[in-house]
Ligand binder design. Structure first.
Ligand SMILES: Cc1ncc(COP(=O)(O)O)c(C=O)c1O
Length: 404
């Protein structure tokens, strides 16, 4: 796709057509195109029944749509078995299911990075306190970049799980997950990847990465809110305990026994977010149509432009790597003398630019570096160069007028 083609995608997004502001908060949740909204409307208007239970025609339409979404996901992520895709609420639910489902024991070691989102940090902390697992973390430097030598030094036969982010939500740094996966497997460890920030912004080939479990959030990928995916290799899912059980997860239950349903059903307890599942298919089809390579290139182009525009702003400090190409659609920064929430509110009120501020659920990263959070702009395929210029011009004005 040419740059012009990328800019023309903007017409598919209702909030952009309506001029509702400049949205630079896609690392939190993305905007949705008409195609996704329409797919969900079609469900509510045409066949708003449950899937996988009733045998009437409306319900059968839903069951087929669910299967279609799993097939679309398998083809999007380059794997063969659609049943290996479990629908979750978000990455957090997938990561918790993985952490609690592996039946870890006292003394088992879990290796993460030292810059994880709380969703891949707090479950392990709780397992440390309840079960007695041990945590190890390779140290990332000032910029938060993954250090593979430090990672190797954490590994031995006591390591049962390696659970790392694919890309970071503060710095945008990307972990070489294929290499990590290979090393972890050499030690017999199970590999869990938090793909929340990477999956929306780059091609992800799950066969190549060879992770045992990969979680991501569909609401960061143009999809419906409250939708996520936990992918797992079949043999890994078959030995994983579900986090939540009940309706839909059971083969047969008597008064005192239960056999679980096969995967994926055993992980999808209760009625599901059918509109969300249907919208998920529309979202991955849209992303496929644009091309993940194009999306990756466009994010780089926009972030490089922003970094270039901000280079000489006095008192502005970027958080993360110096090379814009390593930022995966994320630009975190601080301005001397200003709290990040104040920067975010001023950007909104002065120019209608929406960014995020605070610690971005990555508290250990900030606390360990004695930094009180940051402002964070994050791009996606629908942002334009013009929007980036308005954002950076406004940041410059804020720094010059209100900064130290
Ligand atoms: C790296 C990373 N992991 C996990 C999450 C959690 O995602 P969710 O809130 O969709 O569960 C996020 C959300 O921003 C994230 O950026």
């Amino acid at each position: 796709m040419t740059d012009m083609d990328m800019e023309s995608l903007r017409k598919d997004f209702p909030t952009i057509r309506k001029g509702l502001g400049i949205y630079l908060d896609s690392a939190c949740q993305s905007l949705r195109p008409d195609q996704v909204i329409r797919a969900m409307d079609e469900y509510y208007e045409g066949f708003p029944a449950c899937g996988g239970r009733s045998v009437h025609s409306m319900s059968t339409t839903v069951s087929i749509a669910i299967d279609d979404t799993r097939s679309a996901l398998a083809s999007f992520f380059g794997t063969d078995d659609p049943e290996c895709y479990i629908f979750t609420k978000n990455s957090t639910e997938g990561l918790n299911t993985a952490a609690y489902g592996l039946r870890l024991k006292k003394g088992d070691v879990v290796v993460t990075t030292d810059a994880e989102h709380n969703s891949n940090h707090v479950p392990w902390l709780r397992l440390r306190d309840s079960v007695g697992i041990e945590r190890r973390m390779p140290s990332s430097g000032r910029t938060g970049e993954f250090n593979i030598e430090s990672f190797k030094s954490c590994m031995d036969r006591k390591v049962k799980v390696v659970a790392v982010q694919h890309s970071n939500n503060v710095t945008g740094c990307t972990v070489p997950v294929k290499a990590v996966s290979e090393i972890a497997h050499d030690y017999g460890a199970t590999v869990i990847i938090d793909g929340a920030q990477a999956a929306p912004h780059m091609p992800v080939d799950l066969k190549r990465i060879d992770a045992d479990i990969y979680c991501c959030s569909i609401h960061k990928m143009l999809g419906p809110t409250g939708m996520g995916i936990m992918y797992g290799k079949r043999e890994v899912l078959e030995r994983l305990d579900p986090l939540c059980v009940g309706g839909g997860t059971v083969g047969l239950a008597t008064y005192d026994s239960v056999t679980l349903a096969p995967i994926p059903d055993r992980f999808e307890a209760g009625l599901q977010n059918y509109a969300g599942i249907i919208g998920t298919k529309a979202a991955v089809e849209y992303l496929t149509h644009v091309g993940m390579d194009n999306i990756e290139r466009w994010d780089k182009e926009l972030i490089s432009r922003a970094v270039g525009n901000l280079e000489d702003v006095k008192g502005l400090h970027l958080v993360g790597p110096d090379q814009p190409g390593k930022r995966c659609g994320i630009l975190s920064f601080n301005i001397d003398g200003l709290a990040s929430h104040d920067i975010a509110m001023m950007l909104d009120s002065m120019s209608g630019v929406m960014i995020r501020s605070g610690m971005h659920c990555a508290h250990p990263f900030y606390v360990s570096r004695a930094v009180d959070g940051s402002a964070r702009a994050s791009t996606y395929l629908y942002n334009s160069r013009g929007e980036i210029d308005i954002f950076t011009d406004t940041v410059r004005k804020i720094a010059e007028t209100f900064g130290d």
